[in-house]
Design a binder for this molecule. Structure first.
Ligand SMILES: Cc1ncc(COP(=O)(O)O)c(C=O)c1O
Length: 422
């Protein structure tokens, strides 16, 4: 009986509930996503029972190169012949090579890197560097922002539910509405060190700012000698149709954070990139920010393989093309189901469907799971479904997801008595 998949699944869910948390299992069950991830390949993941899904959640965008990409796995296997994670205090060739590669692809003159293992850690480093370098205290962040659950990053999250139980948080953090330049202008003081932003808010609901927003923020920062930190942890590495989302608006930040897809879905790594002049801060304090697992040699080798892969196959260009194919399908759905679908927000393969009310997100999540698509409503807003498939998705796979959406909406409109637009 040991190999009966249904039994193995029940046991794994029961152990997960008992030893990790019952509410996680209950929530995933309600969403039709009580999956035990088993085989993974390209855009697909299989439940332990053999059911196949297209993964449009991808850990909120960690699988840009696809799940278990063979070229990345082969780079990691080869690295294991020589390397381990390395000693974080020592210099190594993989660390130097990845830092140099990142400097080569980053916008403008972001030349230096500090490595970490996760996104929150990268943002913590960014905020520490901003305060340390400017000798100023205040950090401006935005409503609905998501920068991670670590110390400084948590203080810059724009959602109270994540923060309230842990108050008091870091002092000196001031929240403004996203996309509102006047709000930033009014909040700046002589003690403002930095503004931290996602170029497009991910967790907040795929919020794309007005086109003049980021250039105006850049100008405000220049005028007031404030550092601009852009969190490209979800938006980076081709996701939006450019290597980094800031390139859509020609804006170069002073500090930029990357994580998620840099690890290719197989090895955790993050980086905080910054302009060369900021290096001055580290001259008297070269060991002021340390991370044992940050920038491990294996992670750096994986990061280089990921960047090579994205460039070799022009995944940013492919994201743009596949994004356009999705868009045509979304436009048809907007026309057909106006009582369900209100709006679509999209850059490349960073896509958000705005439903007409909050009950629709969870119901659509379940219906999509039934049809073999993993696409979950966002943490900040259940009326928004986020779609972030691997950038290696093919036209046929895009059509599969669109068919699943259309079929699910057809069923839902019948159930809810909301009706089609006919
Ligand atoms: C924009 C953004 N920043 C930071 C983070 C935090 O990254 P991590 O979970 O690796 O700490 C996330 C995670 O979803 C994110 O989407």
């Amino acid at each position: 009986m040991g190999n009966d998949p249904a039994k193995m699944k029940a046991e794994a869910l029961s152990d997960f509930a008992k030893f990790i948390g019952p509410m996680k299992v209950r929530t995933m069950k309600a969403a039709g996503l009580d999956i035990i991830e088993d085989k993974r390949e390209g855009v697909n993941v299989w439940d332990i029972t053999g059911k196949k899904y297209i993964d449009c959640q991808t850990g909120s965008g960690i699988m840009n190169v696809g799940r278990r990409n063979p070229e990345i796995i082969s780079a990691l296997k080869k690295a294991l012949d020589t390397y381990d994670i390395g000693v974080f205090l020592l210099c190594s060739k993989p660390k130097a090579d990845l830092a140099k590669k990142l400097a080569g692809i980053a916008p403008g003159d972001l030349k230096c890197s500090i490595f970490g293992a996760g996104g929150g850690e990268a943002n913590d480093a960014a905020i520490k560097i901003a305060r340390g370098y400017t000798m100023k205290k205040e950090i401006i962040y935005t409503e609905k922002a998501y920068h991670g659950h670590t110390g400084f990053a948590l203080s810059a999250i724009g959602r109270d539910a994540y923060k309230e139980p842990f108050e008091p948080l870091m002092p000196g953090f001031k929240m403004v509405p996203f996309g509102d330049i006047e709000a930033i202008r009014k909040t700046i003081t002589a003690d403002t060190a930095a503004i931290i932003l996602e170029p497009i808010q991910g967790e907040g609901g795929i919020n794309i700012p007005p086109d003049d927003y980021l250039p105006q923020v850049r100008k405000l920062c220049d005028d007031h000698e404030i550092l601009l930190i852009l969190d490209e942890i979800q938006t980076g590495f081709g996701r939006t149709g450019k290597m980094f989302a800031s390139e859509h608006w020609g804006v170069v930040p002073d500090i930029m954070t990357v994580a998620k897809s840099l690890g290719g879905g197989i090895y955790p790594i993050s980086a905080t990139l910054f302009k060369e002049e900021i290096q001055d801060f580290f001259i008297p304090h070269p060991f002021i920010h340390l991370s044992t697992f940050g920038g491990s040699d294996l992670g750096c080798i994986v990061g280089m393989a990921v960047i090579d892969y994205i460039q070799k196959y022009d995944l940013a260009g492919h994201a743009e093309l596949m994004g356009a194919r999705f868009r045509a399908g979304f436009d048809a759905l907007l026309k057909e189901y106006p009582s369900l679908l209100l709006d679509v927000r999209q850059k490349g393969l960073m896509m958000g469907l705005q439903y007409t009310n909050e009950s629709i997100g969870p119901r659509m999540t379940k219906k999509l799971a039934d049809r073999g698509v993993i696409a979950i409503y966002t943490g900040n807003d259940p009326s928004i479904c986020r779609l972030m498939p691997p950038l290696v998705i093919t036209p046929a796979e895009v059509d599969f997801v669109l068919d699943a959406l259309s079929d699910a909406m057809k069923e839902l409109s019948g159930e809810a008595g909301l009706g089609k637009n006919d």
